[in-house]
Design a protein around this ligand. Structure first.
Ligand code: ATP
Ligand code: MG
Length: 568
């Protein structure tokens, strides 16, 4: 491709709304443009990268036995009513009405549509296993679209669905997808970790997220420094050694005044006691009932764990009035001793046996010292309720957990018969007995990969594409467009490389050398060949990888083999 023909409008200034590097560089490099919040145009360079990712995904899905389909983006509401999700999905679902008044949505995912397709035509155990996938535009009306392609409203996803005769077979399908995902993200040149993930309402199923490690990632994950355990912090189980259960009782409780000191940090500084000696009391609204949830002062509540424990649909912090009604005090002074009417007092395992704790006194501007669990208050239930953090013990081997930030680029999920039951997606087994198909679903954020790759691979000058994702393999920069020998040499190398099957971007603009170098760095093509009059006089061109490596003088005659070897 000749740069003079390419629609790649690069910008000198960062877009004002860009919060993360990938967003900034994709806009500046002329890969994408914003049409509306979370909705982007892919320009030629961006579209080429997207297609590279799609091709890798497609090859590995086909290799793993998937069959590609292409399903409608617009889906009738009836199917979603059958699965029960029309009511449940909430405002992320973009709903619309056709001219006859019938309800539709723009697909945020395709379980309903695929189950409807399969239940109509697949009747026998002989047709299973079946794995269908598509690469398609999804729409989710995200509450906070952000970071460019990272969290869009309209985005491209690969979604796959497996159908099996029983759990054992479905687990095999899951394993195959897990393997395929390992190959896909490796081939994309990403540094990633598969991590154990929350399985939501469907207990007992398996779920893994594939997380690209990057500081800008939205997800917190932990991994063990000793074994290969890794999990989303939402999911990570924690084993808590009973610390002080045998310790002697404290001196009698003592009421102290803590005027206007509400947060753990404030009270801890005021009373000069470490946060770990506090018992934090959260008044939580669980499906309309108030519970007191106790955590050690330096720990954070994991709402997902609490939700699972109580089998709750909705969990939120209680309102100011509700807190007042059970504690008799404003927010900030709740404590388990003498607390008013709550459904139950639930405590994290780390509170068990805690001695000499500091708690709110259920009175304005007051706290209690020397509070002992058991002696001063009773807990109805202990459980693992907190978020994992750096330094916690690994639940598998006891090693140390380390914290990282991650970008979720893929998700594999064992669905079981949730949708097959709800939508009667059954088959006849060998004895002609009707049984529900056992399903799995598997997503990849194709457009999000484009952003994640940049978050991991960039420098102060621009993008450094992993070779397999780069929009072009190599770029040629003729440095003096007014010199015939330079232009001719550039043209002939361009043709030679293209004949060798490479994709080449020739910067044939009449720009200064400096701005050509700048744009080449910004766009991030893996290898650049600079051609100047002086080098040509010696019979050489100057070659430099986008990242690492020095400028090398390569004889004209060797250029094709040099480039081919570099890209291999
Ligand atoms: P998230 O927790 O990031 O919202 P999710 O759990 O809703 O993700 P899935 O429903 O499992 O995501 O979708 C499959 C994949 O699609 C995700 O792993 C992610 O890579 C991608 N994806 C999801 N939402 C978006 C979005 N708003 N923009 C871009 N990619 C997305
Ligand atoms: Mg989501």
């Amino acid at each position: 491709m000749r740069m003079t023909r390419l629609h790649a409008p690069t910008l000198k200034e960062d877009p004002k709304d860009a919060e993360v590097t990938s967003h900034r560089l994709l806009v500046r490099g002329g890969f994408i443009r914003k049409l509306a919040a979370g909705i982007y145009d892919y320009l030629p360079l961006g579209h080429r990268v997207l297609r590279k990712i799609q091709e890798i995904v497609r090859e590995e899905m086909d290799r793993a036995g998937g069959q590609e389909v292409f399903l409608p983006a617009v889906q009738p509401a009836e199917l979603w009513e059958e699965s029960g999700r029309w009511g449940k999905y909430g405002p992320e679902l973009l709903r619309m009405t056709d001219r006859k008044g019938a309800d539709f949505c723009f697909g945020p995912t395709h379980e309903e549509v695929i189950v409807d397709l399969v239940r109509r035509d697949v009747r026998s155990w002989r047709a299973l296993p079946l794995n269908l996938y598509q690469i398609q535009t999804k729409f989710r009306d995200e509450i906070r679209p952000r970071a460019g392609l990272m969290r869009g409203r309209e985005f491209m996803m690969k979604d796959a669905y497996s159908f099996d005769v029983d759990d054992a077979a479905a687990n095999e399908s899951y394993d195959q997808m897990y393997e395929a995902y390992q190959r896909i993200f490796t081939r994309c040149g990403l540094d990633f970790r598969p991590v154990e993930a929350d399985t939501g309402a469907i207990g007992g199923s398996r779920s893994h997220e594939f997380q690209v490690l990057a500081d800008s990632g939205e997800d917190a994950i932990v991994s063990c420094d000793t074994c290969d355990y890794a999990a989303n912090t939402e999911q990570a189980e924690l084993t808590q050694a009973a610390v002080t259960e045998t310790a002697a009782d404290s001196a009698p409780r003592e009421l102290v005044s803590t005027p206007n000191q509400r947060t753990i940090d404030e009270v801890s500084a005021y009373l000069k006691r470490p946060a770990s000696s506090f018992i934090k009391t959260l008044i939580v609204d669980v499906d309309g009932a108030l519970h007191a949830v106790l955590l050690r002062g330096d720990h954070e509540l994991n709402e997902i764990k609490l939700g699972k424990l109580l089998d709750a649909d909705h969990i939120g912090m209680a309102s100011e009035e509700a807190v007042k009604s059970v504690t008799g005090a404003p927010i900030g002074f709740a404590g388990p001793v003498g607390i008013g009417d709550v459904e139950s007092i639930i405590a994290d395992n780390a509170v068990r046996g805690l001695r000499g704790g500091v708690t709110g006194a259920n009175a304005a501007d007051a706290h209690l010292l020397n509070v002992d669990e058991g002696r001063d208050f009773e807990v109805s239930q202990f459980a693992d309720l907190r978020l994992a953090r750096e330094g916690d013990a690994c639940p598998r081997c006891g090693g140390r957990l380390r914290e990282h930030r991650g970008i979720e680029v893929g998700h594999v999920f064992f669905l079981g018969t949730k949708y097959s039951d709800a939508m009667r997606c059954n088959y006849l087994d060998e004895n002609a007995v009707e049984r529900p198909m056992v399903m799995g679903c598997y997503g990849i954020g194709v457009s999000r990969i484009m952003a994640a790759a940049i978050e991991q691979n960039h420098d102060e000058n621009g993008i450094v594409w992993p070779k397999p994702l780069a929009p072009y393999d190599v770029t040629i920069l003729p440095l003096q467009m007014n010199k015939d020998d330079v232009v001719e040499a550039a043209d002939s190398i361009y043709e030679e490389l293209r004949s060798a099957g490479l994709s080449v971007l020739l910067d044939d603009r009449k720009e200064r050398a400096g701005s050509k170098f700048k744009d080449a760095e910004l766009i991030g093509i893996p290898l650049r060949i600079a051609i100047g009059g002086r080098g040509l006089a010696e019979g050489v061109v100057e070659v430099k990888p986008r990242q690492g490596g020095d400028v090398e003088k390569v004889p004209l005659a060797d250029i094709v083999s040099y480039v081919t070897e570099f890209l291999a």
